[in-house]
Design a protein around this ligand. Structure first.
Ligand SMILES: Cc1cc2nc3c(=O)[nH]c(=O)nc-3n(C[C@H](O)[C@H](O)[C@H](O)COP(=O)(O)OP(=O)(O)OC[C@H]3O[C@@H](n4cnc5c(N)ncnc54)[C@H](O)[C@@H]3O)c2cc1C
Ligand SMILES: *[C@@H]1O[C@H](CO)[C@@H](O)[C@H](O)[C@H]1NC(C)=O
Ligand SMILES: *[C@@H]1O[C@H](CO)[C@@H](O)[C@H](O)[C@H]1NC(C)=O
Ligand SMILES: *[C@@H]1O[C@H](CO)[C@@H](O)[C@H](O)[C@H]1NC(C)=O
Ligand SMILES: *[C@@H]1O[C@H](CO)[C@@H](O)[C@H](O)[C@H]1NC(C)=O
Ligand SMILES: *[C@@H]1O[C@H](CO)[C@@H](O)[C@H](O)[C@H]1NC(C)=O
Ligand SMILES: *[C@@H]1O[C@H](CO)[C@@H](O)[C@H](O)[C@H]1NC(C)=O
Ligand SMILES: *[C@@H]1O[C@H](CO)[C@@H](O)[C@H](O)[C@H]1NC(C)=O
Length: 605
């Protein structure tokens, strides 16, 4: 009922004013398009916007989620509100994982954007491309040099536009201009405000420069060290694939239709081309029992439903592991056993420290201790788009390697090379955690520890042939000892950082949960206990429909076309056979820009 109610409301609000944005499949004027893009998320909107640059190309985008301009849309716009925009919000799929055996059988929340812009509208804004080695290895595994660092740079630059921090400070020692784009759609800057941690972080990079060297710009291809965090924001607001790519196209072009609150339920086989099944039609619906509609793609259907959605749609269409699908009564159309396998995600665990009560952290806003502080910050953001709400929560991030001679690497190094990372640390001037009950008063700083090149692999499988039933998500965290050992190492490394001289007298004590870990006499077993209790996902799933050059392996070829089939391409996080050893979204935009060029070339458009 609530769902229906919102549908009617949105219709009234946007049905006529925005023209080509629909929320009722029966209202579209056309049932045939050149391209149909499934998912108006991070990658999907890049494809839709780039293809419709040619006015003769007609594109339909089908998105399951809601508009990003309606109810509670301020949560999507305010950089600091990433956590409000994501977990269990109106803009989230509300997925959970299977009980994780490496985490005391805990079930984790598994956020995914359910809104125009997809997860780029609800994520935490961090912008990291990855290392030169990461992309050069990607090119090798996929068997296509266009994924190499030297070729990807032009797509990274094409996607972005550097803008200056919202507080107007001089940012010339915070980034390297030659690394960045100047007129791409995604707005990018360092944090909107400085924090009480900044000078201490910088001083620590000087005092412990061996382990924590300063890195002016991790997006140069050289990711190692600590640098200013770059975030997808400009003019004080989040920049998403909707605000940057889709909305501008929608408001200026007639050849783009966008259908929201509508799910792709399956791809329909429409014939055979060159001996393989062709999928030329998409079936959609709004609820389990609602009427189904179909739309025809003259050229291609581009699946951009993300690392959970894309394998789900493939499997619902009979594309996947035939024996698994037959158990659910789904007839196999294309046998590709790797669909939904090879899920790579990253575990993250935080630590918090108590600082003096007169410290100007972000806690008064985020812990809810001082409602007046939040009211004032909201007023400032609304009027001037400045202030604490223009912080993405963190000003520094670092990527690191465990030492070459570490026993952790004795069975081999899973990274792409000496320029790639084993782990990440990032620092926040507030109490940051989603697995602990937050305190209701006090001042804190936090840091997170992330295993960036995990070797555990999980899966996405169907639980039902009903497209409205959530698939089974198993990231399989800490399946390997390697992953756990790297996390222990990362925590020890962060301890060396926070025990350095610049933090003396500022960090008063660890937060009680972390005290047994920070104690001088703590054992690795103490650290593991903490990890198992408090680890969560950092929401980086990739790999569930991988690109592979090997015959009989993977799901898509180097042009991201589904193997053993015709008419379907996949452009989103699921095609990455390995994950660049950073946060994924910049790489996904880059690959989507590359894919748009590949599509244009294939059809001479
Ligand atoms: C809470 C959170 C924080 C994150 N923080 C960061 C960060 O700071 N930095 C970073 O680099 N990465 C971050 N990530 C990860 C990053 O945002 C994602 O990897 C990236 O946005 C995924 O892009 P995508 O195009 O693959 O999928 P998405 O952007 O998720 O797009 C998929 C779209 O398809 C739609 N869809 C799915 N199924 C269907 C269907 N059946 N029919 C129609 N539509 C469908 C979805 O609703 C969605 O809009 C974060 C993710 C989350 C969730
Ligand atoms: C769709 O068709 C209706 C009636 O034919 C017309 O009034 C409307 O403008 C069309 N909408 C678009 C976006 O073309
Ligand atoms: C997720 O939960 C929120 C809050 O209850 C709700 O508004 C939203 O519609 C849910 N998402 C889905 C996909 O059902
Ligand atoms: C907005 O900025 C102006 C000019 O700096 C300032 O006078 C005003 O107080 C600010 N408004 C809010 C609500 O912070
Ligand atoms: C690795 O090398 C460093 C520096 O040479 C040394 O201090 C350390 O003990 C070595 N560690 C191992 C596990 O061999
Ligand atoms: C900060 O204030 C809270 C609430 O008054 C108090 O419980 C806490 O002990 C104080 N912390 C410090 C470090 O003084
Ligand atoms: C699969 O679906 C059943 C029935 O709806 C449900 O009880 C079960 O929890 C689901 N399994 C998983 C792993 O989500
Ligand atoms: C570490 O020291 C604390 C007191 O300083 C003590 O309570 C704890 O039991 C010790 N832990 C170990 C593993 O020795």
């Amino acid at each position: 009922m609530a769902h229906l109610h919102r549908t009617i409301l949105l219709c009234a609000l946007f049905g006529s004013t925005l023209g080509a944005l629909y929320n009722d499949p029966s209202k579209l004027n056309s049932t045939t398009y050149d391209f149909i893009v499934v998912g108006a998320g991070t990658a999907g909107n890049v494809i839709a916007a780039r293809l419709t640059e040619n006015p003769s190309v007609r594109v339909l985008v089908v998105e399951a989620g809601v508009s990003d301009t309606g109810y509670r849309s301020q949560d999507l716009q305010i950089p600091l509100f990433g956590p409000r925009a994501s977990i269990n919000s109106p803009f989230d799929w509300n997925y959970t994982t299977t009980p994780q055996k490496g985490l005391n059988n805990r079930v984790l929340t598994y956020a995914r954007g359910y809104v125009l812009g997809g997860s780029s509208s609800t994520n935490y804004l961090t912008w990291t491309r990855g290392s030169r080695d990461d992309y050069d290895r990607l090119a090798k595994v996929i068997g296509d040099n266009s994924y190499s660092w030297n070729n990807m740079i032009k797509y990274f630059k094409k996607s972005e536009q550097w803008v200056h921090p919202r507080d107007g400070r001089d940012d010339s020692d915070e980034y390297s201009p030659d690394v960045h784009g100047t007129n791409g759609p995604i707005l990018l800057s360092t944090g909107g405000v400085r924090t009480v941690m900044d000078t201490r972080v910088l001083a620590t990079t000087e005092q412990l420069s061996e382990e924590f060297p300063f890195n002016l710009d991790a997006n140069s291809g050289d990711i190692l060290g600590v640098g200013w965090l770059q975030s997808t924001m400009g003019d004080g607001s989040r920049s998403s694939s909707s605000t940057a790519y889709l909305r501008p196209a929608l408001s200026s072009r007639k050849n783009l239709d966008v259908l929201i609150q509508t799910r792709a339920t399956k791809l329909i086989k429409t014939g055979t081309l060159k001996g393989v099944p062709r999928f030329g039609r998409l079936e959609v619906g709004q609820t389990t029992s609602s009427r189904r509609f179909t739309f025809t793609a003259r050229k291609e259907i581009v699946l951009s439903a993300g690392a959970v959605g894309s394998p789900q749609i493939l499997m619902l269409s009979g594309i996947g592991d035939a024996p698994d699908l037959s158990k659910l009564g789904i007839k196999s159309t294309v046998s590709l056993p790797d669909v939904g396998k090879n899920l790579i995600d990253r575990p993250v665990v935080g630590a918090q420290y108590i600082v003096p009560n007169d410290t100007a952290t972000i806690d008064p806003i985020t812990l809810g201790e001082d409602p007046a502080a939040l009211t004032a910050a909201l007023a400032e953001w609304t009027t001037n788009k400045t202030g604490l709400l223009t912080s993405a929560g963190s000003n520094f991030i670092g990527f690191f390697r465990v030492p070459d001679n570490s026993t952790i690497l004795k069975k081999g190094d899973p990274t792409a090379g000496p320029g790639s990372s084993h782990y990440e640390l990032a620092w926040q001037a507030a109490f940051a955690s989603s697995t602990q009950t937050p305190p209701n008063s006090g001042r804190y700083i936090s840091n997170i520890h992330v295993v960036t090149t995990p070797t555990s692999r999980g899966s996405i499988t169907l639980n039902s042939s009903n497209p409205f039933t959530a698939p089974i998500i198993d990231p399989n965290f800490f399946d390997t000892n390697y992953d756990l050992s790297v996390m222990v190492y990362a925590i020890r490394s962060a301890q060396r950082f926070i025990k350095a001289q610049p933090w003396n007298g500022f960090v008063l004590a660890p937060y009680p949960d972390f005290a047994p870990v920070l104690a001088d006499n703590s054992t690795d077993a103490d650290v593991v206990t903490y990890i198992q209790k408090f680890t969560r996902t950092i929401h980086h799933p990739v790999g569930t429909a991988i690109a592979s050059k090997e015959k009989g392996k993977g799901v898509v070829d180097s042009n991201l076309l589904v193997k053993k089939a015709s008419g379907i391409r996949i452009v989103d996080a699921s095609v990455f056979p390995i994950s660049p050893s950073v946060h994924p979204v910049a790489g996904i935009y880059g690959v989507a820009e590359l894919a748009a060029d590949k599509i244009k070339k294939a059809y001479h458009i």
